[in-house]
Design a protein around this ligand. Structure first.
Ligand code: SAT
Ligand code: MN
Length: 610
């Protein structure tokens, strides 16, 4: 029996409906699509099937509309450049809301909104918001289709740029619709750029609205985003679903959604270990995910560069997948010296946003080459020369590219891998050493909960300012972060949890210079981590954790790093940090798990004794 009425039938033909879709589950999806269409009143509905022909037509339409510039086919085959509106270049944390029934479930680090009031506000904004446009229905899978850790979703959007991006970042199309029709659960996400077109009104290359909302309804597993076409505000499968909504699912179902890259490290002896690492946006996750070790015999394979979903396995270990299918990476600073693998990944089939255009129809950004071309068109579309006195590419300009295209991708990158180590990091000029190992799981959770980092261009705000970013999840946790800390504590109850380390590539000396060369040389830190797990590298206990006795610096170009400065533990500095940690914890009141309060007390005791 089916609830698809005949009134839908002609429309369903247009959606490419198959006989196998004749189920209640599919009817429910159609009813939601039609309700959304009745509110937003698009001119057309297009159900995304994920085919190559569809993708080609979509890209051509965007070229015709001026949204995309096709790059020189000889230099950068299959690649395009988008220039966003100048006011729509990053995630908007101030416009991001958690609309849980109870404010306490959003917690002090999120903007809470009353769900029924928010639904009313959004109904007003979405009313007619797609007039003159095509409404796309994009069924997507996070994780491989039908995988044990995978989740499904559907994004409705009036942005073809969002559709093209989602098609790179996730697995989209009819095969997903098939699973939904078969009864699999899925998350509802709706997005509009909020720029309806009146009859005859010409479109702009990057439609958006000054009023912006990115709203999550964790109790009903829904996302609604209005007014922005940019990355994390518009590709709802990514931060909105795979982190904010998924973190809530994980809390309720006993798994974790984390802002982590995922790599396989293969030692010279051929042993493979798996490392996940959480760093705030624009702190080098993609670089570490694509690390080309400078140490002979070591190999790193890429599994993911931004998000990991982690579940306990039957053997008592934690298993992780990369739920995404692409990389949405920061372009500036990506070059042959910093990330040659990314440079090689970006040779074809890339969607660039807000980088500069060269005179021969290719792209450029700060850091791609040592010397800038003599003339460029900058990210705003203006003429640019090296003496213009402003960056040619926006600091948060991005590339969107299929993960499978990375030369470093693990052959089995879509499968779950057992975690051996978790790294937490941030951008810290002082105090935090290059690497330190946690004494045990709860100490590691304490480290993760206290991470702070200098603000980057990935979100609005003053770049460089120090802010708390526990587990690099501050902008991405869909519920009360104190409860999230408690969830982390409880996940350590598996019989074989991974070892936890804190790392900091960004410590500076008195002269203000970075003490550590970073990039490929970070392999030396990874080597120590792996040797620790194997029980083969000695460590010395300090007040803040276990520090290396020695670090392999063989073959490192002069000048040799100042290891004393890199590993110095400044007792007064750490006591001051402990003070700030207590203040931070106090913002959550009684909800901070007692295990973490105990860790803070233990840290103070060790510092006092040192
Ligand atoms: O814009 S995104 O949120 O997708 C990227 C990031 O900030 O990490
Ligand atoms: Mn990120």
């Amino acid at each position: 029996d089916t609830t698809i009425t005949t009134a839908h039938t002609s429309r369903l033909d247009a959606y490419g409906a198959q006989p196998s879709y004749d189920t209640d589950a599919f009817a429910e999806l159609v009813a939601w699509v039609e309700r959304t269409a009745a509110l937003t009143r698009p001119d057309r509905i297009h159900w995304v099937d994920g085919s190559d022909g569809e993708r080609a037509a979509l890209l051509q339409d965007m070229v015709d509309a001026g949204t995309l510039i096709r790059l020189n086919e000889d230099k950068r085959p299959g690649s395009y450049l988008a220039r966003s509106d100048e006011r729509d270049v990053a995630r908007l944390e101030s416009r991001t809301f958690i609309a849980s029934e109870r404010p306490i479930d959003a917690g002090p680090t999120n903007n809470w909104a009353d769900p029924s009031e928010m639904r009313e506000t959004l109904a007003g904004l979405f009313d007619g918001s797609m007039r003159g446009r095509t409404m796309f229905v994009v069924p997507f899978s996070m994780g491989k289709l039908g995988g044990p850790i995978s989740q499904l979703g559907v994004q409705i959007t009036d942005s073809p740029y969002a559709v093209a991006s989602i098609a790179i970042m996730t697995r989209v199309g009819s095969a997903v619709t098939e699973l939904i029709a078969g009864g699999a659960s899925w998350v509802r996400t709706v997005h509009s750029v909020g720029a309806p077109l009146e009859a005859g009104e010409p479109d702009v290359p990057w439609p958006s609205n000054d009023e912006k909302y990115i709203v999550h309804f964790p109790d009903t597993l829904e996302v609604a985003s209005f007014g922005s076409g940019y990355g994390g505000n518009a590709i709802l499968a990514k931060k909105c679903f795979a982190l904010r909504i998924a973190s809530v699912l994980g809390r309720d179902e006993g798994w974790m959604a984390e802002h982590m890259l995922l790599i396989r490290v293969i030692s010279p002896e051929g042993r493979a270990l798996h490392v996940a690492a959480a760093f705030p946006s624009a702190c080098g996750k993609t670089n570490l995910a694509m690390l080309r070790p400078t140490l002979p015999g070591w190999t790193v394979q890429t599994i993911g560069d931004d998000i990991a979903w982690i579940r306990p396995g039957a053997d008592g270990r934690l298993y992780a997948i990369n739920p995404e299918a692409g990389f949405f990476g920061v372009a500036p600073g990506t070059g042959p010296a910093t990330n040659v693998t990314a440079v090689d990944t970006l040779r074809r089939d890339v969607l660039f946003t807000n980088v500069a255009l060269t005179d021969d129809g290719d792209v450029w950004w700060e850091g791609l080459t040592d010397e800038a071309p003599a003339h460029l068109i900058d990210w705003r579309g203006d003429d640019w020369t090296p003496d213009s006195g402003r960056p040619a590419a926006h600091p948060n300009s991005r590339f969107t590219v299929s993960a499978a295209q990375a030369p470093s991708i693990a052959p089995d990158w879509e499968e779950a891998v057992p975690l051996d180590a978790i790294l937490f990091g941030g951008r810290r000029a002082s105090n935090v050493p290059l690497v330190v190992e946690a004494f045990d799981w709860n100490h590691g959770v304490f480290m993760g909960s206290t991470i702070s980092s200098e603000r980057t261009a990935a979100a609005e705000g003053t770049v460089g300012e120090l802010r708390r970013d526990p587990f690099a999840m501050m902008p991405f946790c869909g519920y009360n972060m104190a409860d999230y800390f408690a969830h982390w504590v409880s996940m350590g109850e598996v019989t074989a949890p991974p070892a936890i380390f804190q790392v900091n590539w960004f410590r500076k000396g008195r002269d203000g210079r970075f003490l550590w060369p970073g990039f490929g040389e970070n392999a030396r830190v990874i080597e120590w981590v792996i040797r620790r797990i194997e029980g083969a590298a000695p460590a010395v206990d300090s007040a803040i954790g276990r520090l290396p006795v020695e670090l392999n610096l063989a073959g490192l170009d002069a000048p040799q790093p100042d290891l004393d400065a890199l590993f110095a533990v400044d007792g007064d500095g750490w006591l001051a940090e402990a003070e700030l940690t207590e203040e931070f914890y106090d913002t959550f009141g009684e909800r901070i798990p007692e295990e973490l309060r105990a860790q803070l007390a233990a840290l103070r005791a060790r510092l006092a004794a040192a």
